[in-house]
Design a protein around this ligand. Structure first.
Ligand code: FES
Length: 147
C-alpha cells in the first residue's frame, strides 16, 4: 500500500500558494485538449478503475498487436488533473511494448507533465492503475484463449 504522506513529500510543489492549485501549461493543455479520448469497440484489454478517496473514475481501453499497444482510449469522470494526466499517460503508452508499458509509474506521468501540485499527485495514479488493470485483463483473456 502506498504511503501517501511520503508520496506528497516527493512531489511537493514549493511554488504552490496555500489554498490554490497552480497547474502548469502542459497540464492545462491536456485538460483543455485531451488526447485519445474515446472508446474502443472490441478492446483487447479494458479497465474500470476509481480512486476511492475522491470517487473519480476512468474507463480505459487497449488495442494490442503482437507485444505492442497500438491504441489506447479512455473516458474520465474526474478532476482536471485526472483528465490531463490520463491524456499524458496515453501519449507515453502508445506504441510501447507491453513490458515497457507495465513499467510506467505515476512518477513517469508526473515527470512528463512537468510536475503537478502536491495534493493532486494522487490523480496521476488513476490512469496508471487503469493501464495496468487493462493489461492484466488482456493477459487473462489471452491465457484463457479468448483473444
Ligand atoms: Fe479525484 Fe483528481 S481529485 S482524481
Amino acid at each position: 500500500m502506498r504511503d501517501w504522506k511520503e508520496h506528497y513529500q516527493r512531489h511537493k510543489d514549493p511554488g504552490e500558494p496555500s489554498g490554490y492549485l497552480v497547474y502548469n501549461e502542459t497540464i492545462l493543455d491536456h485538460f483543455k485538449n485531451p488526447r485519445n479520448i474515446g472508446e474502443i469497440e472490441k478492446p483487447d484489454g479494458m479497465a474500470l478503475v476509481g480512486d476511492p478517496r475522491c470517487g473519480d473514475h476512468i474507463r480505459l481501453y487497449l488495442t494490442i498487436e503482437g507485444d505492442k499497444i497500438v491504441d489506447i482510449r479512455y473516458k474520465v469522470f474526474g478532476c482536471a488533473a485526472a483528465i490531463a494526466t490520463t491524456s499524458i499517460l496515453t501519449e507515453l503508452v502508445i506504441n510501447k511494448n507491453l513490458d515497457d508499458a507495465l513499467a510506467i509509474t505515476d512518477d513517469d506521468v508526473i515527470e512528463a507533465a512537468g510536475g503537478i501540485p502536491a495534493r493532486k499527485a494522487h490523480c496521476s495514479l488513476l490512469g496508471v492503475v487503469g493501464l495496468h488493470t487493462a493489461l492484466a485483463e488482456y493477459f487473462l483473456k489471452k491465457e484463457k484463449g479468448k483473444l
